[in-house]
Design a protein around this ligand. Structure first.
Ligand SMILES: Nc1ncnc2c1ncn2[C@@H]1O[C@H](COP(=O)(O)OP(=O)(O)OP(=O)(O)O)[C@@H](O)[C@H]1O
Ligand SMILES: [Mg+2]
Length: 363
């Protein structure tokens, strides 16, 4: 097992800067997810950890050991990449068994380990097939099996379940998390799917355009996003953002919008007094932190239903509040139809405020 430290790492491809001055510390045995949209530098980071890509600047350590110049084979890692690279002429069984055969493991142990991995991955019935006879998701699970049986000091997974259907993906999220916790092997897991990162990881590194935006637990990333970009990327349906002015009313700071004028809490006011840099700001509130009703209630703001979408257990209401769009997640029995008036209120303990134009969070 090993801790991983990425220290001031840069990656250039010619003039393209794929990773900018990245710093991440992953303690031994943790499940770390690298999360971000396409092209943000996730795979480049993982490939440098694996030793498949030259590090343009900076250092990578496994435990105390600097591994910059260590070839992939000497790093004791197991990888699963987007292109799962199976041996085409070998069966699923032999593909999974391969690292054990190379190591000279005895036949009975190989049989036991391969079958246990295949069972967890629900591919026991495919062990005699060749890769050409598999779907993309089955190939991915075979590649995961091959990584698991190696029992390395570090797992490096790059979107390993992206090709699975939604139900199987949900199943595999649970299984991979369980496997990692059981083995206690450090895991670095790349994904663009925030739900995957949120549900599996101990810590998440959120990246955007090669830059680490935030590093924290799933709860920290969700509840205290450091900037508007992270706030908008994490959470589904996404956070609402409204342009507001911060106005001092007899010593009390209020957020003012054409549709409302609401005072911030005392704690929020204390934070704003220290840092406020201008009148204009962006208010952020998650769809499930807005109350909505078809009749008025104390403190309610009048809005209008644009359209509502039943989502089974919830109702997603797309509303308009004085020219701004507001998504609200509410109970499935909400009855407001298209164009109907509705009343909303914010949970002010839970709203966020971001500086303009930097997007940095005030709270
Ligand atoms: N071999 C390469 N040569 C040149 N540019 C590259 C190379 N590999 C990646 N890039 C560029 O570096 C940036 C980061 O790429 P990377 O593959 O790390 O992104 P990613 O976060 O893994 O994206 P995705 O989610 O699409 O897999 C992108 O702008 C990409 O075009
Ligand atoms: Mg990638």
């Amino acid at each position: 097992m090993a801790s991983v430290r990425i220290a001031n790492v840069w990656k250039y491809y010619g003039k393209t800067v794929a990773v900018k001055d990245l710093n991440i510390d992953c303690p031994d045995g943790q499940f770390l997810s690298v999360l971000g949209p396409s092209g943000c530098g996730k795979s480049s980071t993982l490939r440098m950890l694996a030793g498949l890509e030259h590090i343009s600047a900076g250092d990578i350590y496994f435990g105390e050991r600097r591994v910059n110049d260590l070839p992939p084979k000497a790093r004791d890692i197991a990888m699963v990449f987007e292109n799962y690279a199976l041996y085409p002429h070998k069966t699923v069984f032999e593909n999974i068994a391969n690292p054990l055969r190379l190591r000279g493991t005895d036949g009975a142990t190989i049989e036991r380990k391969v079958r246990a991995a295949a069972k967890m991955l629900e591919i026991e019935h495919l062990l005699d097939r060749k890769p050409v006879e598999l779907s993309g998701g089955q190939k991915q699970r075979t590649a995961i099996g091959r990584a698991i049986v190696r029992e390395p000091q570090l797992f490096l997974f790059d979107e390993p379940i992206a090709h699975l259907d939604a139900k199987l993906r949900a199943h595999m999220r649970g299984e991979l998390k369980l496997m990692q916790r059981r083995l206690g092997t450090t895991m670095i897991y790349v994904t663009h799917d925030q739900l995957e990162a949120m549900s599996m990881a101990d810590r998440i590194a959120v990246m955007h355009e090669g830059v680490l935006q935030q590093f924290g637990t799933p709860q920290e990333i969700y509840n205290q996003p450091v900037n508007e970009w992270v706030a908008g990327f994490v959470g589904e349906p996404p956070m609402n953002f409204l342009d507001v002015e911060v106005v001092d009313e007899d010593g009390r700071l209020c957020l003012v919008h054409p549709g409302f004028r609401v005072a911030v809490t005392a704690a929020q006011q204390a934070l704003l007094r220290q840092r406020l840099s201008g009148r204009e700001a962006r208010m952020g509130i998650r769809p499930d932190e807005v109350r909505i009703a078809t009749a008025t209630f104390p403190g309610a703001l009048e809005a209008r239903v644009r359209v509502s979408e039943p989502l089974g257990g919830d109702m997603l209401v797309d509303a308009e509040l004085a020219g701004s769009r507001l998504l609200v997640k509410t109970r499935p029995d909400f009855t407001g139809g298209m164009g109907a008036p509705c009343w909303v209120a914010f949970d002010v303990e839970r709203w966020h405020l971001f500086e303009k134009p930097s997007g940095v969070a005030y709270f």
